[in-house]
Design a protein around this ligand. Structure first.
Ligand code: HEM
Length: 453
């Protein structure tokens, strides 16, 4: 007889109260998701949530989340959201996991190192300047679409700096919202029916993919046919070689990485800028300090990479915005096997959910958590923050590769705005964040008035 000792069987974690038969927590998850995620923290570090008939596990504790994303990441690979993104991003870095992901990430990372981001800085400034200088004074501007267009142009121009880049911007601008919407709809449909039904939305999606693929293929072919001097993202991706095989990426893989980068970059950076402007409009004192900083460091010039290092408050404003409004606020992994987390059992195949939004707004982790206070990140105020719980760019093997890029773009744009304009809210009514795929403002319009100097 075998005498192998088995560890005691761990129990299931508590279920958040209020689940209804069949639909589970479907109603609060759809109607008031952000509030639900915050309330769910009361019930423990790991809780069960019923997503319709499926049981998911929601991680409410930063140490456990670090375990999922970093120390035990092999047991928690990417889940359903990422599989559904394959229809768009193929086997790109945002959908791959395990060994293929590690290989791809190594190839992609050099395109985002500090030196490269410095080079993209000029493109960022030029595009942001053109748009922001043309803002209409005193008439309401819908900020989110404005910044999505700006970030899409920046992303596309940094990828393809060549002539073709101009028409590429228009194709990408048209495609991104359609692709993002389809991926998010499909992620919420475990039956897979949406992908198969010949609906008008599905047809539009197929046409958009075809147009985008053909545009990207044309650009790759033209880059392959000439000795290019450009220092853009695509050139970097094409130059990267696998250290074991010595081979570079084929056209299909390049396409997948281009789409991965476009999908990850525009909306996230645009949202960061939108929420920063919103908070500055509500905090005239912080806006005035930002203007003083920008005037004294830049004195009307375009910021260089060294200047960005001196724009200390600008950086803290972005950092604090990403605490209160992390764009990718709700993500998932899947349990690869029967496993344990925090002493609780999680069966194989279960969805593991986590929310940076609720973690960053937990008053036990951040003092006066709901308050927009960029100075909480100053040295000496360490007691007001839990640094390990701050993770807007994720953690571990899938941590964002574009953090430096995003900071450079957001800081350059915010500094330009602060140099030229006063931001004012259109109304005193607070703007609610709404949790869709990303954390979007529910109707954010602001006016601008030219600064007198
Ligand atoms: C403020 C803006 C941004 C935020 C908040 C953000 C957030 C994130 C997060 C949370 C992840 C990890 C997802 C996961 O763990 O599954 C991620 C991954 C990624 N991000 Fe970002 N991101 C931002 C901007 C950008 C930009 C500008 C780029 C590119 C230009 C970019 C490219 C990527 C890529 C390629 C990945 C996949 C990395 C991998 O799986 O190895 N992101 N991002």
């Amino acid at each position: 007889m075998s005498t192998t000792l088995r560890p005691p069987r761990a129990s299931a974690p508590p279920t958040v109260p209020g689940a209804l038969p069949v639909i589970g927590h479907g109603i609060p998850l759809v109607r008031r998701r952000l509030q639900f995620l915050q309330e769910a923290r009361r019930y423990g570090p790991l809780v069960r949530v019923r997503v319709g008939p499926t049981t998911a596990y929601l991680v409410n504790d930063p140490a456990l989340l670090r375990q999922v994303l970093v120390t035990d990441a092999a047991r928690f690979p990417r889940g359903i959201h990422f599989r559904k993104a394959r229809a768009v991003a193929g086997n790109g870095i945002i959908t791959a996991y395990g060994a293929p992901h590690r290989r791809q990430r190594k190839l992609v990372l050099p395109a985002f190192n500090r030196k490269r981001v410095q080079v993209y800085g000029d493109v960022m400034h030029e595009i942001a300047f053109q748009r922001i200088a043309a803002w209409p004074q005193d008439s309401p501007i819908e900020l989110k679409p404005e910044f999505v267009q700006l970030a899409t142009t920046v992303g596309t121009k940094c990828l393809f700096s060549s002539e073709l880049g101009g028409s590429a911007v228009r194709v990408v601008e048209r495609a991104l919202p359609i692709l993002t919407r389809q991926v998010s709809l499909r992620a919420m449909d475990p039956t897979g029916l949406l992908e198969r039904l010949p609906t008008p939305a599905r047809r539009r999606f197929d046409e958009t993919m075809a147009e985008l693929n053909s545009m990207i293929q044309q650009i790759i072919t033209s880059y392959r046919q000439s000795d290019r001097e450009e220092v853009d993202l695509l050139t970097m991706l094409m130059a990267a070689t696998d250290e074991d095989t010595g081979r570079g990426m084929d056209d299909q893989q390049l396409r997948d990485e281009i789409i991965s980068i476009l999908l990850s970059s525009a909306e996230t950076t645009a949202l960061t800028l939108s929420w920063s402007c919103y908070e500055l409009g509500r905090a005239p004192e912080i806006q005035r300090r930002l203007q003083d900083e920008v005037d004294s460091v830049l004195a009307g010039r375009a910021p260089t990479h060294e200047d960005l290092g001196r724009l200390d408050l600008t950086r803290r404003i972005i950092k604090e915005t990403l605490r209160l409004y992390p764009p990718t606020y709700f993500l998932s992994r899947a349990a690869a096997q029967d496993t344990e987390l925090g002493g609780y059992r999680i069966p194989e195949g279960s969805i593991v959910l986590y929310s940076f939004y609720s973690q960053h707004r937990d008053p036990l982790l951040f003092r006066h958590a709901a308050r927009f206070d960029p100075d909480r990140w100053l040295p000496g105020r360490e007691d007001d923050v839990t640094t390990e719980a701050y993770m807007p760019f994720g953690e571990g093997a899938h941590r964002c590769v574009g953090e430096g890029f995003a900071y450079a773009e957001a800081m350059t744009t915010l500094a330009l705005i602060a140099g030229m304009w006063h931001l004012r809210p259109v109304s005193d009514r607070p703007v609610r964040p709404v949790g869709t795929v990303t954390l979007v403002p529910d109707g954010l319009r602001m006016t601008v008035r030219r600064r007198e100097r």
